[in-house]
Design a protein around this ligand. Structure first.
Ligand code: ADE
Length: 228
C-alpha cells in the first residue's frame, strides 16, 4: 500500500514513522510512505501558502492553489483515495481504518492555521476528524491514520501480535489480561486463566469483554446490535 502525506511540516513525522512496527512495515515493503511539502508548490515569491479569510476574522486560511498543485504532482493522484484532516470531518473509527487498509493508495492532506479554503473539498474524497477537539494541525491525525491502517496490512503483525482480538475489532472492548507473577501484592490472576481449560477461558474472556463494554462503552453495544 502507498500512503502520501501532504504537509508543510514533514519533519514532524520523524520518530513516529522510524521506530517499531511502522519502521518494520516500511522496511519489508508492506507500506511505502512519501511526503509532499505543498509549500514547494506555492507560486508566491515568499512561498506563502496561507492568506486572510475573505469577510474578515482572525487567523490565516490555507490557500487552495498550492495544495491542488501538490496533489496533481503525485503520480496517479486521481485514482488515489484523498483524505482531508479537519475537525469538521467524519469521526475516525476502526471501521474506517479497516476500509482504508484495503485501498492501494491513500493521500492524506494536513492543514494548519485556521483551516482550508473550502474549495479544497472539490478535490478530496473524504474529510476525517480524529476526535471532537482542535489540534494545531492535521499531522498528528495523519499519524493516527497511518499507524492504525498499517498494522492491518497483510504480514505487518505477526500471529502473536494479531489484530483479530483487538478492542473494537469485533465491536467490543478487550478482556482483561495478566502475565507473571501469578500473585502481586496480594492480587491474584483469576483461576480460570491458569486452569488450562481453553473452552472455559474463551467463555470467561467473552463474558468479561461484554461486561466491560456494557459498563464503559454502552454506545458500542448499541452500535453492534444495529449492525447485526
Ligand atoms: N486538525 C485540527 N484538529 C483536528 C482533528 N480533531 N481531527 C483532524 N484534523 C484536525
Amino acid at each position: 500500500m502507498k500512503i502520501t502525506i501532504l504537509t508543510i511540516f514533514p519533519e514532524m513525522f520523524a520518530g513516529v514513522f522510524t521506530e517499531s512496527i511502522l519502521k518494520r512495515a516500511q522496511g519489508q515493503g508492506s507500506v511505502e510512505i512519501n511526503f509532499v511539502n505543498f509549500r514547494d508548490f506555492s507560486l508566491n515569491k515568499h512561498h506563502r501558502v496561507d492568506d486572510y479569510s475573505f469577510g474578515g476574522g482572525p487567523g490565516l486560511i490555507l490557500a487552495v492553489e498550492p495544495i491542488y498543485l501538490a496533489l496533481k504532482s503525485i503520480p496517479a493522484y486521481d485514482t488515489a483515495f484523498k483524505i482531508l484532516m479537519t475537525p469538521q470531518g467524519t469521526p475516525y473509527s476502526q471501521k474506517i481504518a479497516n476500509d482504508f487498509s484495503k485501498k492501494d493508495h491513500i493521500i492524506i492532506i494536513c492543514g494548519h492555521y485556521e483551516g482550508f479554503d473550502d474549495r479544497i473539498l472539490n478535490f478530496v474524497d473524504m474529510e476525517v476528524s480524529i476526535g471532537d477537539y482542535v489540534l494545531t494541525g492535521g499531522e498528528i491525525g495523519a499519524m493516527v491514520i497511518v499507524d492504525s491502517v498499517t498494522r492491518l496490512l497483510p504480514g505487518v503483525l505477526s500471529s502473536d501480535e494479531s489484530f483479530e482480538q483487538d478492542s473494537f475489532y469485533n465491536g467490543l472492548l478487550e478482556f482483561p489480561q495478566y502475565t507473571r507473577p501469578q500473585e502481586f501484592m496480594g492480587m491474584k490472576v483469576p483461576d480460570v486463566l491458569l486452569s488450562g481449560n481453553h473452552a472455559e477461558i474463551e467463555k470467561w474472556r467473552k463474558e468479561e469483554s461484554l461486561k466491560r463494554t456494557k459498563e464503559r462503552r454502552p454506545d458500542l453495544l448499541k452500535k453492534r446490535s444495529e449492525n447485526d
